[in-house]
Design a protein around this ligand. Sequence first.
Ligand code: AHM
Ligand code: MG
Length: 341
Amino acid sequence: MSEPSAAVPFLTVQQHIVEEQKRFPGSSGEFSSLLSGITMATKMIQDKVRRAGLSDILGEHGDINVQGERQQKLDVYSNEVLIHFLGLRDSVGILASEENENPMIVHQGSKDANYAIVFDPLDGSSNIDVNVSVGTTFSILRRPSGVELDDSDAWVLQPGNKQVAAGYVVYGSSTILVYSVGNGVHGFTLDPSLGAYILSHPNMRMPDQGPYYSVNEAYRDTFPPRYGEYIDRLRSGVLGHKYASRYIGSMVADFHRTLLKGGVFLYPPTESNPQGKLRLLYEANPIAFLAEQAGGMAIDGERRVLDIQPTSIHQRTPLVVGSRVELADFERFVCQAETKA
Ligand code: AHM
Ligand code: MG
């Protein structure tokens, strides 16, 4: 009998997580089970996204979600699919979603239910109907010791530095899943013919400096003034070159570009969203975790995003995330100036 070839032509995300788990003594394979829930659900979501114009899935669902926003049909579908597949995993105790007011307790009474998964099922909803990239973000937290299963707030209201894994999927020109278990950041492109996420971007590192800043400049007059002055610095060339701008309006896609090319993405406080628009637990935290794992930084305008102690599930935060050079300049120019003022 011939030996199997030693040359492995590709690595699926499932094989990758199994390898990662070997580095954690006592790991029981819970992560690969969790991740398979995410890969299965996001494959179904991407399938719907790709056919959106052909089926009756575009447009509003008719309901208003907990954020006061009109739900799109694809928001609702994505949420249901994630709840279904993650809810099947024995290791999942709590699920919390942007689309649900309260966390959901799953596997009531199971001693194996040790993880909470917090997610935004479909980020960038305003882009759905116009064929522009949208995404899914997720954050995985361990049940704090001594906490009962039904004390869902205690599971979920943990600072981002307690995340054991985080990631996102971008439904863009291709579908890519990017995740980290705290050992670097790895990207897997969905091969549509195989129906499998294949490692395409191992050990992703954010460039120390990039060519772009990314912000909704239409709100600039309502940002705290130092944010506008910081944008002027980027445009002026004082950081070595004059920046160009890119803004998609889907945080996941804007961050994915920032991860690959470098630069800075900002969602500052505005008149209509004085605390910022993005949600801490399932938008800013997973992005901040990945940014730091890739050598970048994420702050809320004053402090490290991952050190914010959350007080409510859907709380918002300003977000400034990106390369070291741009973030160091932001800290010097905006944060320290605010402290002195
Ligand atoms: P959503 O979760 O309802 O889609 O809202 C979040 C999105 C982010 O993806 C994006 O960065 C931001 O809203 C864009 O907001 P704006 O249109 O104000 O620039
Ligand atoms: Mg969102």
